[in-house]
Ligand binder design. Structure first.
Ligand SMILES: Cc1cc2nc3c(=O)[nH]c(=O)nc-3n(C[C@H](O)[C@H](O)[C@H](O)COP(=O)(O)OP(=O)(O)OC[C@H]3O[C@@H](n4cnc5c(N)ncnc54)[C@H](O)[C@@H]3O)c2cc1C
Length: 221
């Protein structure tokens, strides 16, 4: 299936023409973005927590301290809503009202399952690491048993989800096009700055190519 099934809660109300349920488009956004926001109810209070993630096929992977509130709560099988946003540009209109943002975003609903088999856990941690810095895993020490024990890994199916995308110039009211006000798009991109080596990097260890050539989206995404 190339699309996820639209449900009542993933039905866009405003500007539904900007919405989509296309898996490939969703995967592309998820692979380009770095962080997600995880929303859930905790002791009668809505909470939204930013966190890193990875994706393997149609599964979103979250990880963190087994003692942390977010993962402990979400591991309990509660409903979650995860959002991912890429800001592509600012849209400056001739009126305050029509200012906007060009973006690509994903909203996912569901319940996450705990990944507790050792192999699955390591694979998930690798996917999350590689999502953030592709090629990094091969260079680093793999997690120790006690590190794995202290880490909770959750898998959220990408089945009930929606995509929304805005592109293009501002859409002003016809009479405002006569105003002498600059209007247009200001594109925004994630652009890495020169890397800063840790003071204790051993002599002779060069900055890896995957750091100097780092960019989002990654070449394979
Ligand atoms: C960077 C950015 C800035 C935005 N700024 C504003 C703003 O200032 N004011 C404003 O009203 N809206 C803004 N939006 C749009 C906002 O995300 C909603 O799309 C909007 O509030 C309309 O929601 P709705 O009433 O149609 O749907 P809702 O009833 O809120 O949502 C219904 C369902 O539609 C889907 N959905 C809604 N929005 C999105 C989305 N962005 N991405 C993927 N799925 C979605 C979800 O599955 C959701 O459960 C912004 C979006 C982004 C990404």
């Amino acid at each position: 299936m190339n699309t996820v099934t639209q449900t009542e809660r993933t039905t866009l109300k405003r500007l539904p023409k900007r919405g989509s349920y296309d898996r490939a488009e969703m995967h592309h956004i998820l692979d380009e973005a770095l962080i997600c926001h995880v929303g859930f109810m905790s002791e009668m209070t809505p909470v939204v927590i930013p966190t890193a993630y990875g994706r393997v096929g149609d599964t979103l992977l979250l990880h963190g301290s087994a003692a942390g509130r977010m993962l402990r709560t979400v591991a309990g099988g509660v409903d979650v809503c995860v959002t991912v946003t890429l800001v592509d540009g600012l849209v400056l209109a001739r009126s305050a009202f029509h200012h906007s943002v060009n973006y690509r975003s994903v909203v996912v609903f569901g319940r996450a399952a705990v990944v507790d088999d050792l192999e699955g856990k390591v694979a998930a941690l690798r996917a999350i690491t590689e999502h953030i810095v592709p090629a990094r895993w091969a260079d680093v020490r793999e997690p120790l048993p006690q590190e794995l024990k202290a880490t909770l890994v959750l898998a959220l199916p990408l089945e009930e989800a929606s995509v929304k995308v805005r592109t293009g110039p501002p859409i002003d009211d016809e009479e405002d096009y006569a105003r002498p006000t600059w209007a247009g798009e200001l594109p925004l991109r994630v652009v890495p700055q020169p890397p800063i080596a840790d003071a204790r990097v051993l002599a002779g260890v060069a900055v890896p190519n995957y750091v100097t050539a780092y960019r989002r989206p990654v070449a394979s995404a």
